[in-house]
Design a protein around this ligand. Structure first.
Ligand code: AGP
Length: 609
């Protein structure tokens, strides 16, 4: 997810663009850049890192003029660097573009354009579009862009600046968001409302498959095929602060609701069109290595460690490879037992967690192959691992990790299915069933989010709670651990996750009248056992919120309230089951008046031991 800003009017474009980019840094902060047009010359300034680096550059080389575009990057294709920062230009310097999204056919286009003599300066998919514009340019920017849109596949929000057309910007939208801010003798383009709220509250929200010609005194909207379309003006009522959160009161709630998209983006390009195979083209190891792996050690911390627990269960079940899940701070001092075919997987949203990074380095020092699952392109674990699977969750701002966790699970499901298909440990039809269910998870997540009102109401009972327990068996136990952490870290209520079958071995002594217990019962083969454990706590007058599949008519007889989950494979239950627990933690923290996005004592990325 990147941030785009464009401006045409009478103000100093540098001021407008920089201010807008600052408001969009939550969308990405790997690099930033600006392109302006002055006296028929496009000048570009861009730099690796946060906005401050770009601002430093502009002190000595200010961007002049009153028309321009800017970009703050969340790297996808091409690591964070000066060269890969946007805006990008064509060979002639006639055009500059900024882009948010993924051009899926960029490699094919790049080969074709290279064959025609185009010279590329970056590794990005975006730069290919700049050269494509140059290649297709017929003197008229609008019809050229209509033609360009026919040639590129994927998701994009694009804004083009041309020195031949100093009176306009052209903005195109396909999947990635783009709005047009409507001012008095000035107009704006942006990825999101916060960037322009200081200047106007009147916007056109471009719909998928639309484009706009943005001039100082007017905006015309069209379909990507060039057909004029009518747009109603949308009046923004948000205040500036909540606008950064897309209208949500907290980043955490926004990120919980972004999960269907994050899951969809993480699956994109990794399931074959015929729905029969997992495609992990980012893996560089050989087929023989895939078959030779005799043990996997997953190293992670916190929520990422909880994702590893689910990873263990699904890899062992599908690929029959033994998996150990290690807490980073323990692993690095444990002198782990390994063979040369032990694969070490590190999981880290930030890619910078010191304990996890140390585990990676320990594994590398022992000669092990390391695979990183991370949400940040170019992060330390991404750079130091042998292979990387990126989760496409986009920047996760809230300290409490939500969409990173579910996309880590997606990566682990894909990896488990990949091993199973390459080692032929599962029948093709079984794999097809799993792949089909994976492809349906964005819809499942969408449906689970409909439980939010029920959860919000139930969370009020937690307002005064001192202790609470999450219980489950097998995969439900792993999810229970994540649910307990979520509740602890933002509501400050003491919460403990317990294997449901283990309660009677001691912890049951803590279950007294009214103690809230969350009981997960999504695993059919353990359902009866789980229900009997629920009856154990009910017999001690606990207050039990159960979680089961839609259509279950048994559980309600044993608990006080039930959260019903939309159907998916029991193996994929963690994706559905964790979302109500994220919402429970969120609403309990709100009910207790806590700082949800920045809970006490905690940091988003723990880069120290
Ligand atoms: C998650 O809600 C916590 N904020 C924390 O446990 C986090 O998962 C842990 O610090 C690991 O972070 P990482 O995924 O960036 O390595």
């Amino acid at each position: 997810m990147c941030g785009i800003v464009g401006y045409i009017g009478a103000r100093k474009v540098q001021d407008v663009v920089l201010e807008g980019l600052r408001k969009l840094e939550y969308r990405g902060y790997d690099s930033a850049g600006i392109a302006t047009l002055d006296h028929k010359t496009i000048r570009i300034s861009k730099s690796l890192g946060r906005m401050a680096n770009l601002e430093d550059k502009l002190v000595t080389e200010p961007a002049t003029g009153t028309i321009g575009i800017g970009h703050t990057r969340w790297a996808t294709h091409g690591r964070p660097s000066d060269e890969n920062a946007h805006p990008h230009q064509d060979c002639s310097g006639r055009f500059a573009i900024v882009h948010n999204g993924i051009v899926e056919n960029y490699l094919t286009l790049r080969d074709e354009l290279t064959a025609k003599g185009h010279q590329f300066e970056s590794e990005t998919d975006t730069e290919v579009v700049a050269h494509l514009i140059e290649d297709l340019y017929n003197g008229d920017l609008f019809s050229t862009m209509v033609n360009v849109a026919k040639h590129i596949r994927g998701a994009y929000a694009l804004v083009v600046l041309s020195k031949d057309h100093p009176d306009m910007l052209i903005a195109l939208r396909k999947s990635s968001p783009l709005i047009i801010g409507l001012g008095e003798h000035e107009n704006f383009v942006a990825s999101d409302i916060p960037a322009i709220l200081e200047y106007t509250r009147d916007v056109y929200v471009l719909d998928d498959g639309e484009m706009a010609v943005v001039r100082q005194n007017g905006v015309e909207c069209f379909s990507l095929e060039g057909t004029p379309v009518h747009k109603d003006v949308y009046q923004v009522t948000w205040d500036a602060v909540s606008a950064e959160r897309g209208g949500y009161p907290h980043f955490m709630l926004k990120e919980i609701h972004e999960q269907p998209k994050a899951i969809r983006d993480t699956l994109t390009g990794r399931l074959s069109e015929d729905g029969r195979r997992v495609v992990l083209s980012e893996l560089t190891w050989s087929k023989s290595y895939t078959k030779a792996v005799d043990r996997i050690q997953i190293v992670a911390c916190g929520t990422s460690w909880h994702a590893g627990l689910v990873g263990k269960a699904v890899i062992e079940k599908l690929a029959r490879i033994p998996v150990e899940v290690e807490i980073g701070s323990e692993y690095r001092y444990r002198d782990p037992i390994q063979t040369e075919n032990t694969l070490v997987i590190v999981i880290s949203q930030s890619g910078e967690t010191a304990d996890t990074l140390a585990g990676l380095r320990e594994a590398k020092a022992r000669g092990r192959r390391v695979l990183a699952i991370t949400n940040v392109v170019g992060s330390s674990v991404a750079r130091e691992a042998d292979d990387v699977i990126i989760t496409w969750a986009g920047p996760e701002i809230a300290v409490a990790s939500t969409k990173a966790y579910t996309t880590q699970l997606i990566a682990l499901y894909l990896l488990a299915a990949y091993f199973a298909q390459e080692r032929e440990t599962q029948e093709p039809d079984k794999l097809k069933e799993i792949i089909s269910a994976l492809g349906n998870l964005p819809q499942v997540a969408e449906q689970v989010l409909d439980t939010a009102p029920q959860i919000e109401e139930f969370a009020q009972t937690y307002k005064g709670a001192a202790d609470t327990f999450f219980i489950g068996r097998s995969l439900d136990y792993s999810v229970a651990m994540e649910g307990a952490l979520k509740l602890k870290e933002i509501s400050y209520i003491h919460a403990e996750a317990y294997a449901a079958g283990e309660l009677k071995h001691g912890t049951l002594a803590l279950i007294t009248e009214g103690v809230p217990v969350i009981a997960l019962a999504t695993q059919p083969e353990l359902y009866e056992k789980t229900v009997s454990n629920i009856k154990e706590v009910k017999a001690r007058d606990a207050f039990v919120l159960g979680m089961a599949w839609v259509g279950d008519e048994e559980l309600e007889k044993s608990v006080d309230e039930v959260i019903y989950l939309p159907a998916t494979l029991p193996l994929l239950a963690p994706i559905a089951a964790v979302i109500p627990l994220q919402l429970l933690a969120y609403y309990a923290a709100v009910a207790r008046g806590n700082d949800v996005d920045k809970p006490r004592n905690l940091a988003k990325s723990v880069t120290v031991e």
